[in-house]
Design a protein around this ligand. Structure first.
Ligand code: AHG
Ligand code: MN
Ligand code: MN
Ligand code: MN
Length: 322
């Protein structure tokens, strides 16, 4: 099996970006270890604090965030970071070439049940003319990401990453401490019989989404020519990993559960990096009005509706909104 650094060289990734990627991966290896030791280190359960998203933080959310933030800001490669767990962006090296957005632990509600969690990261070039303290640096569309991916702390610790030359799967080999390439240029099947949505929000969805999911559930007994199965891991990293591995449609649609917050998932930390991976693998990543990666962000903690996965199924879903 091929080492990650060789794959990056084959994909013509610039040397300074390779150095930043290695820094990020060093952080993920430490998080992977700390997650596995959390019971023994008193790191299970919640803190008493709420983050900027209005969520009670888990102890591991905080630990992973501090670790990721410190290692990136100390590296010298990074002009600023922004994180799901930080109120605003944090300045690093004024002449750093890159900015990094991240969700240090995705799937927090799975921590205490020893279920799937992961880390999502996204790298953009730093605008030279802006001050390192200026969060506006992060208002760049998903299309401008130069490298992004996630690490899944599952039965195997896996890295799924792209630098724009295809979505590749790697696995952490604990014997030598590095990531090895296990699947180059992953492709998502265009058709699927699997969907992922939090069904408990059904009554809060818009009518077209109610109709679409209703037709999936009706399967052959309704207007579709096949039956569907449902999966929900409650960690976007886990659900998207399944979609990349064997196809499917994943959606967190607009809902009216909380009128001030019609969307759940975050554009910078979740939707944009996952969209890039999905599109590089031949899938679609959309809102009901257009491509997620075309969105020009207005704030760093912006939320967005998400419909992504197997091409033909995403198109079918969107046809209900026309
Ligand atoms: P996070 O743990 O980083 O806050 O993200 C959780 C997100 C996402 O990973 C997942 O798809 C979704 O929230 C789960 O939502 P429900 O609580 O509605 O299942
Ligand atoms: Mn959270
Ligand atoms: Mn998340
Ligand atoms: Mn998170």
């Amino acid at each position: 099996m091929q080492r990650l650094s060789l794959t990056l060289r084959q994909d013509n990734v610039p040397l300074d970006l390779i150095s930043l990627i290695k820094t990020i991966l060093a952080a993920t290896k430490e998080i992977s270890f700390r997650v596995s030791q959390a019971h023994m280190s008193g790191l299970m359960g919640s803190t008493l604090d709420e983050n900027i998203q209005g969520e009670i933080q888990k102890k591991l959310d905080v630990v992973a965030n501090e670790l990721f933030k410190d290692i990136l800001l100390e590296s010298g490669f990074v002009k600023a970071i922004s994180s799901e767990e930080e109120d605003t962006s944090v300045a690093g090296n004024a002449v750093g070439k890159y900015i990094v957005s991240f969700d240090p632990l995705d799937g927090s509600s799975n921590i205490d049940i020893n279920s799937l969690i992961g880390t999502i990261f996204s790298i953009h070039e730093a605008p030279e003319h802006m001050d390192a303290n200026n969060p506006d640096m992060f208002k760049q569309s998903g299309d401008k990401q130069v490298c992004l991916g996630y690490v899944l702390y599952g039965p195997a610790t896996m890295l799924v990453m792209t630098t724009g030359s295809g979505t590749h799967f790697y696995v952490l080999d604990r014997t030598h401490g590095g990531y090895l390439l296990v699947h180059r240029n992953v492709k998502i099947p265009e058709d699927t019989q699997e969907f992922a949505i939090n069904m408990s929000n059904q009554r809060f969805w818009q009518e077209p989404m109610q109709n679409y999911i209703g037709d999936l559930i009706a399967g052959e007994a309704g207007v579709r020519d096949k039956n569907f199965n449902m999966r929900w891991i409650a960690a976007m990293v886990g659900d998207i990993h399944r979609v990349l591995s064997r196809g499917g449609i994943f959606t967190y649609p607009t809902d009216s559960k909380n009128p001030n917050q019609p969307h759940k998932l975050r554009l910078m930390y979740e939707a944009n990096p996952m969209s890039f991976l999905i599109e590089q693998a031949g899938g679609l990543a959309m809102t009901t009005t257009g491509r997620i990666m075309d969105i020009e962000p207005t704030s760093i903690h912006q939320r967005v509706e998400v419909i992504m996965g197997s091409k033909n199924e995403v198109e079918t879903c969107l046809s209900y909104f026309k």
